[in-house]
Design a protein around this ligand. Structure first.
Ligand code: DLL
Length: 433
């Protein structure tokens, strides 16, 4: 199997799967060095040497977020502590913190994957890269940073927030590529418009979006606002961070770097494997991680695999769709399952709607009530209340068609909702309080 990036990217399916099997064997062997997997393998009477084909992986149980929490701080560590060079941690907003460890080799390989993503987007050493994601424990900052440096771009480690400064940096240093969450990108575009600026004042050509779900409508809105091509970048701290899957220039799904991860799609309720084309929960197994291999890790993210593996871009790495939501952020309103992304889809394709919104759930007379609070676009109000009532009615109608639930719609002035500076909080569920 070739090692060089260009050759690897052209690898055929047989080559990719052969490499996966070899790497899976060693990855399972390494995992068995951690107390967590040693016990898990023993309780399933599984020895890494028993693995004959890739499908044997299905004999092993899933690893879930709770396992990481229960293993805090180091029961999943699979190498001597002195070999660890970095840790990332999730803050634990939904429970105990989780930790992910990396050896120098892990960081080196992760950086290599990020380079591949950036090359796939057409970035080169001539680009100026403004990294508008938070640095620190969050992997969006450091993850892209090192890949961009290795590619030779000039990196501006701006981090999140400080919007006026971000816009100044665009202009002063001729930023050509930005890395930003979609929700923050929307806010930044509102601010530069308020400042009387537009895409013609910047040199931004490519935007790398990730870290949160967003709709096709948001993407079009942002591509227009920045007059730049958007690339979807997917990842999670447990799998390193950004750079697990990334869009090629055809914008038809994200290629998963299958020399480093095995991807499965399962039915979130039964855990059974789903065929290509069906939406389910994404499950990953790491193939090259030394400090902390993870086997069949349930991400809770929902997506589907594209049945067609050969992409016109020349790569044969499996493509997954955009993440349509999380199996755990699914909302059940009046018994109907829906995802915030469906609401966003309706809002972002409606002319006159601004960039920020909040979904509020509460109970009224013992019934679920769904209220969508949404800002109108700057300049959309011309002093005509009737026009606003029509916009409100249009949103209500479109929402009903999309989600089959009656929603209240509140129109707000631009800037009325708190802006996102990183991952946006889009749902306020007051029903359990
Ligand atoms: O968000 C890693 C990342 C940083 C990815 C920057 C891309 C760009 P976590 O903080 O561990 O890691 O959060 C991971 O964020 O399970 C998804 O639910 C969501 N997510 C990440 N990328 C996307 C995306 C980083 N492109 C969680 N589309 C994941 C939709 C995404 N959701």
């Amino acid at each position: 199997m070739p090692d060089r990036r260009e050759e690897l990217e052209k690898a055929g399916r047989r080559e990719i799967e052969k490499l996966q099997l070899d790497r899976l064997r060693s990855s399972l062997g390494r995992a068995a060095r951690s107390p967590f997997y040693r016990e898990l393998f023993a309780s399933n009477s599984f020895r890494p040497g028993d693995l004959v084909s890739l499908s044997d992986l299905g004999r092993l149980p899933f690893t879930v977020k709770q396992d990481l929490r229960d293993s805090y701080p180091d029961r999943m560590l699979a190498c001597p502590p002195r070999e660890v060079v970095r840790m990332h941690s999730s803050s634990g907003t939904t429970g105990t913190a989780t930790v992910v460890y990396h050896t120098a080799g892990d960081i080196d390989r992760w950086t290599g994957l990020v380079v591949r993503c950036l090359v796939m987007a057409g970035a080169t050493a001539d680009d100026v890269f403004q990294n508008m994601m938070g640095y620190g424990f969050f992997t969006g900052g450091l993850g892209l940073h090192y890949g961009a440096e290795r590619l030779g771009m000039m990196v501006i480690p701006a981090g999140g927030g400080n919007t006026h400064r971000q816009i100044e940096l665009f202009r002063d240093f001729g930023t050509t590529v930005i890395h930003v969450t979609p929700s923050y990108a929307l806010h930044v575009s509102d601010v530069f418009r308020e400042m009387g600026l537009g895409p013609e004042d910047f040199k931004i050509k490519k935007i790398i979006f990730g870290a949160e779900p967003y709709s096709e409508g948001t993407r079009s809105k942002l591509e227009e606002a920045y007059r730049a091509q958007a690339f979807n970048c997917y990842g999670l701290s447990e799998m390193n961070g950004p750079g697990v899957a990334f869009e090629c220039r055809r914008s038809e799904g994200m290629h998963v770097w299958e020399d480093s991860y095995i991807v499965e799609i399962i039915d979130p309720a039964s855990g059974e494997a789903l065929p290509a084309g069906e939406t389910g929960e994404v499950v990953f197994t790491t193939l090259t991680r030394e400090a902390m291999p993870l086997i069949r890790y349930r991400t809770r993210d929902l997506a589907k695999i594209y049945p067609e593996t050969a992409c016109p871009c020349g790569r044969n790495f499996t493509r997954i769709s955009r993440i349509t939501g999380r199996s755990d952020d699914m909302l059940i309103v009046k018994g109907i399952n829906l995802f915030p992304s469906q609401i966003e889809h309706v809002l972002m394709k409606t002319p006159g709607v601004g960039t920020n919104y909040l979904i509020v759930l509460d109970r009224f007379e013992n019934l679920d009530r769904l209220t969508v609070r949404v800002e109108i676009a700057p300049g959309a109000f011309h002093g005509d209340a009737e026009e606003m009532r029509r916009l409100q009615a249009l949103i209500k109608h479109s929402l009903r068609e999309e989600i089959m639930v009656q929603a209240e719609v509140e129109l707000l002035e631009p800037g009325a909702l708190p802006p996102s500076q990183g991952k946006a909080k889009r749902v306020l569920d007051k029903r359990d309080v």
